[in-house]
Every structure is written in structure tokens, then in C-alpha cells.
Design a protein around this ligand. Structure first.
Ligand code: BTN
Length: 262
């Protein structure tokens, strides 16, 4: 049994009411867990698959950024979901809210969200999610890939030293990846598998948003739009009042704020 399998085994759900974690696979090293989950989706894997890696050689973030995480320190995983197509745009919100609720249990400091899906503590990014969608013979799917900085020392990585943090940095002690992962899968499943929680997702998620009321720069395709974030709509799209006074509706899946961390 590999070391990562040993650390994370036993987290599978055993109850049919739960979706996320029905099947878990582990890699000591892989290019990107999002690619592994996508390949599984394309060959018909049912939703709920979780792919966990100890390290990634080509981990990626939004806007073609690299996701920095030294092997053996943090949480790197992707979940295959097959939501109703109308719920696809909400998958980044499911990830962000589940991470925030999880981190509440590991730090006393407020855990906030920066639109669209950075999770932040003490003004620094601690987690991000990259949600990719596709379709196969069995229908639409979403790959929800999430990185959580658990034990890394962001200061040792110049490209993120000024903008990122980890649970270990915040608490001054090593934190169990297994315990963080266990709670995170539970929180994600509680939201995704509950029509009631999905119904109030945008409201719960936006109550943690630190972006609202701020002046921000948003990348939309090749251009940056400067404006004031006025709120979010019922699917999590950002309402941005641009410099010309026009209200723009921006999809979380397609744009990001210019200075979004790691
Ligand atoms: C971001 O904030 O830009 C999103 C970061 C997403 C990183 C995770 S780590 C696990 C999964 N595999 C990847 O290649 N990326 C996501």
C-alpha cells in the first residue's frame, strides 16, 4: 500500500445517501488530479469519484496558472460530479463553501471567500478550486479540483510567499491532512447531496464573500474590466458596475479577479 493510500484510506462513504467519496483513488504522484478525474468521467465512471494525490507534476490553477504545492504537505484532490446542467455553474460555490466550513474547524480566524472561489484567512489565500466541465456518453460532468494548503511553508516559495498561507503557518503546528480531508469530503457532500443546502447555497456562500463593495479588476477574455462589485445573482455571477456605469454580469467559471493569489 502506498503512503498516501495508507494516510487517506477509509474515507470512502459507506452510505448510499452520500455521493462524494463513493470511490476514492490515490496517487503518490500524478500530473493533475483534474486530468485523472476527467479521464474517468469520459470512460463512464459514476459521480462521487475522488482522486487524491500526494504531489502533482503539472498541478494547475485558474487562468493557466501553476498550482504550487510541495509533495506530502497539502491536500490536492478532484471530485467527479454529474449535477443537473442548471447546477453546473454552482460547482465552484460548493467547493468554496465546503472548504470554508472545513477550515472553520481548524483555525479561530475568520475564513472568507474572494470571488469567485479563493478561500482566504488573514488576508492570504489558503485554498482554491479549479472547476472544469465536459460531457461524455453518460451526460454532462464537472471536475471539481481543490488544493488546500495544510502544512506547506508558503514563505519557501517565492512566487506565492507574499500572498499564500497554510493551516500550519496560521496555527504554528502540523495539522493532520487526513482530518482536514475527512471533514472536507463530508462538508462537500452535505451541500451537494442536500436539495435544501443547494437551495440556499448562494446565500450561504455570499455571506462569506469579501469582494462585495470592493473596487476590483476582472479579467474577461482578453480584457480587464475595472469596477465595483455590487453583489452576486442566484447562480453566483458577479454584478460588476464598470467605469461607464454599466452593470455587467460575470460568470464565475470564466473570469477571475486580477490579483487572485496562488
Ligand atoms: C486556483 O485557485 O487557481 C485553483 C487551484 C486548483 C488547484 C487544484 S489542486 C488539485 C486539482 N488538480 C489541479 O491540477 N488543480 C486542482
Amino acid at each position: 500500500m502506498s503512503a498516501v493510500q495508507d494516510e487517506f484510506q477509509g474515507l470512502e462513504t459507506v452510505d448510499d445517501r452520500h455521493v462524494i467519496g463513493r470511490h476514492i483513488v490515490w496517487h503518490e504522484e500524478t500530473e493533475s488530479t483534474n486530468d485523472d478525474a476527467r479521464r474517468a468521467a469520459e470512460t463512464g465512471e459514476q459521480e462521487g469519484l475522488v482522486v487524491i494525490a500526494d504531489g502533482q507534476t503539472a498541478g494547475r490553477g485558474r487562468m493557466s496558472r501553476t498550482w504550487t504545492s510541495p509533495p506530502g504537505r497539502d491536500i490536492l484532490f478532484s471530485v467527479l460530479l454529474r449535477p443537473d446542467v442548471t447546477d453546473l455553474p454552482k460547482m465552484p460555490l460548493v467547493a468554496g463553501l465546503a472548504v470554508a466550513r472545513t477550515l472553520d474547524a481548524f483555525t479561530d480566524q475568520p475564513v472568507t471567500l474572494k470571488w469567485p472561489n479563493d478561500v482566504r484567512v488573514a488576508d492570504r489565500k489558503i485554498s482554491g478550486s479549479l472547476v472544469e466541465s465536459g460531457s461524455s456518453k453518460t451526460g454532462y460532468f464537472a471536475i471539481v479540483g481543490t488544493g488546500v494548503n495544510v502544512n506547506m511553508d508558503a514563505g519557501a516559495h517565492p512566487e506565492i510567499a507574499e500572498i499564500a498561507t497554510s493551516l500550519r503557518t496560521l496555527t504554528g503546528k502540523s495539522v493532520s491532512r487526513r482530518e482536514v480531508m475527512r471533514k472536507l469530503l463530508f462538508e462537500m457532500d452535505c451541500i451537494y447531496s442536500s436539495p435544501e443546502q443547494m437551495g440556499r447555497l448562494v446565500s450561504d456562500w455570499s455571506s462569506r464573500l469579501e469582494t462585495i463593495g470592493q473596487e476590483i479588476d476582472v479579467r474577461w477574455g482578453g480584457e480587464f474590466i475595472h469596477g465595483v462589485a455590487e453583489g452576486v445573482d442566484e447562480t453566483g455571477r458577479l454584478l460588476l458596475r464598470d467605469g461607464g456605469g454599466e452593470l455587467r454580469l460575470l460568470e464565475a467559471g470564466e473570469v477571475t479577479t486580477q490579483l487572485s493569489g496562488q
